[in-house]
Design a protein around this ligand. Structure first.
Ligand code: ADP
Ligand code: MG
Length: 264
């Protein structure tokens, strides 16, 4: 059964969407079956996957609010070799409409019940807020991947996010785990970034990925060509970093499988 990973941080501009698109493409390049769900009404992950957010017949709105079957909502042609549930401004309405429905936190979880069987990995690109869409993502997910920039206030924001995750786990998803913390837009020459990075490792230990995403202009350029960076400039440091992240996630998953299947 597929693993569902929500990519979340309530702060905007930390690299959630860049991570969602490029991690999905990197995983798909390793021959895994991958689904990316765009839950941000800005639709940046949709456009960055080479899919026109204005032209899609259905989006996450239809999946969540109208409860259309997954098969009618999924887009199978993307520039990244993965499948996509698109987002556009319609999804803003989903945030509001969901407030008045029964079991509103569990809409996405229920919508993905069958899709989970079809994919190895399902990534969810969350909006930059702890709203009902993000709650739906966390209720549906096995784990949360947190991209963060190593800035002065980053640790405070992270503590707030961890508190929310802990509250959510007790209410809607007792099994939710922290998948990992990803350092993004990293500049090793910046002393503050190094200090924050050290503090992160002290607080979160091996939850902090070894793979680090450097600041790389190719990563910022690729979306305007509607493609993940690996199909725009495969030799770029950004492309290599996201492939390394995919490899690390796969190795971690393998280790866990071995642990649980080895007799005590
Ligand atoms: P979020 O989804 O958290 O709001 P984005 O992934 O959209 O963040 O990133 C915010 C901006 O920073 C975008 O313009 C994106 O292209 C750029 N960006 C993200 N990661 C990097 C990186 N590693 N190097 C350079 N630019 C980046
Ligand atoms: Mg985003």
């Amino acid at each position: 059964m597929g693993k569902v990973i929500a990519i979340a941080n309530q702060k905007g501009g930390v690299g959630k969407t860049t991570t969602a698109v490029n991690l999905a493409a990197s995983m798909a390049a390793t021959k895994r079956k991958v689904l990316l769900i765009d839950l941000d009404p800005q639709g940046n992950a949709t456009m960055g996957s080479g899919v026109d957010k204005y032209a899609v017949p259905a989006s996450a709105y239809e999946l969540l609010v109208e409860e259309k079957p997954f098969a009618e909502v999924v887009v199978k042609e993307t520039a990244g070799g993965y499948h996509l549930v698109a987002a556009n401004s319609d999804v803003t309405a989903a945030e509001v409409r969901l407030l008045n429905v029964f079991a509103r936190e569990l809409r996405l979880r229920n919508a993905l019940k069958e899709a989970r069987q079809q994919y190895d990995f399902i990534f969810i690109d969350c909006p930059p807020a702890l709203n009902m869409l993000t709650v739906n993502a966390m209720a549906a997910a096995d784990s949360v991947l947190v991209p963060m920039q190593c800035e002065y206030y980053a640790l405070e924001g992270l503590t707030a996010l961890m508190d929310t995750i802990n509250q959510l786990t007790s209410v809607v998803n007792a099994d939710l785990k922290i998948e990992g913390i990803l350092r993004t837009m990293y500049d090793p020459r910046n002393r503050l970034a190094n200090d924050v990075s050290e503090q992160l490792k002290q607080h979160f230990g091996d939850k902090v990925y070894r793979a680090v995403i450097p600041r790389n202009v190719r990563l910022a350029e690729a979306p305007s060509f509607g493609t993940p960076v690996m199909y725009y400039d495969k030799g770029s440091t950004g492309a290599k970093a996201y492939l390394a992240l995919a490899g690390e996630i796969l190795r971690r998953a393998d280790k866990k499988t071995v642990k649980t299947t080895t007799p005590a």
